[in-house]
Design a protein around this ligand. Structure first.
Ligand code: CAA
Length: 394
């Protein structure tokens, strides 16, 4: 069996446009401080109709291979975590497999469990490698989503869109994970959901916050009881980040479970969590990729400071399932992070006005139900070629 397994490289993709939340607050008649400080959000990425979860996933995965030096030929497992899939049957992983030219000797599937789908994929990939089934091959795990709530709803300022691609393999150059050492929590709750054919999520907002905190408590308690889990402190912890304030609430809750005062918990937040929130605050909620966007943010800002040190990770998926686990930053992580240029895709994104965003949403309502012209339909395939996806992959 293989014991040193984890995340070898990481890459992002984001849509071309974003909305500034100060402008959104003004348009909604809300004090900007509510979004900026009350929720901890600054910008939200907005996907155009040609930037669907497939496009975002493929662009992130292409960037992963280009920047890390790895080859698609090394991949023996491809898992896409998403809760905004484009088909009930064909997995996003199949489009990714085709567009990247992955080997035919490759297991591929899509993992769905709200925001937990990416972690389900990552931990399955880690177990596949640790068990020896990979026989030296690597896994590609891509988390891709578009977080969308109704206009003018409480959830609107917590939207976002993007993909995070992870290369998972033996002797990883970024983060070794503690194989088999996870604390898990599951419960059937109705906090956030999206019925079939709805483009926008439905959410019982305040209840969802409570479900997240209950799940954190359950998963963290389970993790703490594992042999050796608490022998060495976690110098940083990355949380699932639907919006920055949620990570602050989570950290406070976790620290107070350990007996810290509220003040001590908040003081440790600045050191242990804040560096992971920069990219999430500039992109918004990316659902399955959210925890890994936080990890990318941490590595981007602090890979040198935390070389060789242990960090915690907490993943939450509504509905709900949660997992707490830990890993160790590789000594050489910082050198690779420089090459990965993790926040590079954000340099190309452009601010859009609130009016443009609202127009795009109105036009987008039926984008995936449009009938393509005869010439664009695959021969012998269904009449309704209901995908804009092929247009947006670079
Ligand atoms: N200045 C500064 N802060 C202000 C303020 C102002 N002018 N006005 C309000 N605030 C503060 C409030 O005090 C509050 O802070 P606390 O949470 O610390 O009490 C914060 O801003 C938010 O205010 P409200 O609670 O009044 O906000 P709301 O009711 O309008 O909506 C929400 C908040 C319920 C989270 C909503 O944004 C929502 O439904 N979001 C989507 C659901 C979500 O993200 N849930 C998270 C857990 S579920 C999950 O994690 C899965 C997932 O990805 C969706």
């Amino acid at each position: 069996n293989v014991s040193d397994v984890g995340i070898d490289a990481i890459a992002l993709s984001v849509p071309r446009g974003y909305v500034d939340l100060t402008e959104l607050a003004e348009a909604r008649g809300v004090p900007p401080s509510k979004y900026l400080h009350g929720l901890g959000t600054r910008q939200m990425a907005i996907a155009a109709p040609d930037e669907d979860p497939v496009t975002l996933a493929v662009n992130a995965a292409r960037r992963l291979f280009e920047r890390s030096g790895a080859s698609p030929a090394e991949i023996g497992l491809c898992i896409v975590g998403t809760e905004t899939a484009v088909d009930h049957s064909k997995p996003v992983a199949a489009f990714v497999h085709g567009l990247l030219g992955l080997p035919s000797a490759c297991r591929m599937f899509e993992a769905k469990h709200a925001c937990f789908g990416g972690t389900a994929g990552l931990l399955s990939a880690v177990d596949w490698i640790a068990s020896g089934s990979a026989r030296g091959r690597a896994a590609l795990v891509v988390c891709t989503d578009i977080a969308r709530y109704p206009l003018r709803s409480a959830g609107e300022p917590t939207q976002g869109a993007g993909a995070v691609a992870l290369l998972v393999r033996e002797k990883p150059r970024l983060l070794s994970l503690e194989v088999g050492q996870t604390g898990t929590f599951a419960r059937d709750v109705h906090d956030f959901w999206r019925p079939l054919h709805h483009k926008e999520a439905l959410v019982d907002g305040h209840y969802s916050v409570q479900c997240y905190l209950d799940a954190l408590e359950g998963a963290y308690d389970a993790w703490r009881r594992l042999d050796g889990a608490t022998d060495e402190p976690l110098v940083r912890t990355c949380y699932h980040v639907p919006y920055g304030k949620m990570a602050r609430k989570a950290h406070r809750h976790r620290r107070m479970l350990e007996g810290a005062t509220e003040q001590a918990a908040d003081a440790s937040f600045m050191v242990e969590v804040e560096p992971s929130l920069d990219l999430p605050s500039r992109i918004g909620n990316v659902y399955t990729g959210s925890l890994y966007l936080a990890l990318a943010s941490l590595l981007h800002t602090q890979a040198r400071d935390i070389a060789g040190q242990r960090i915690g990770l907490f993943s939450y998926g509504s509905g709900c399932c949660a997992e707490f686990f830990a890993g160790r930053t590789a000594p050489e992580a910082a050198a690779l992070v420089d090459r990965l240029d993790i926040d590079g895709p954000l340099r190309d994104s452009r601010q859009m006005t609130v009016a443009d965003y609202e127009r795009l949403r109105a036009e987008d309502a039926d984008a995936d139900r449009r009938t393509a012209p005869e010439s664009a339909r695959p021969r012998g395939k269904a009449n309704e070629f209901d995908r804009a996806v092929y247009l947006g992959v670079d």
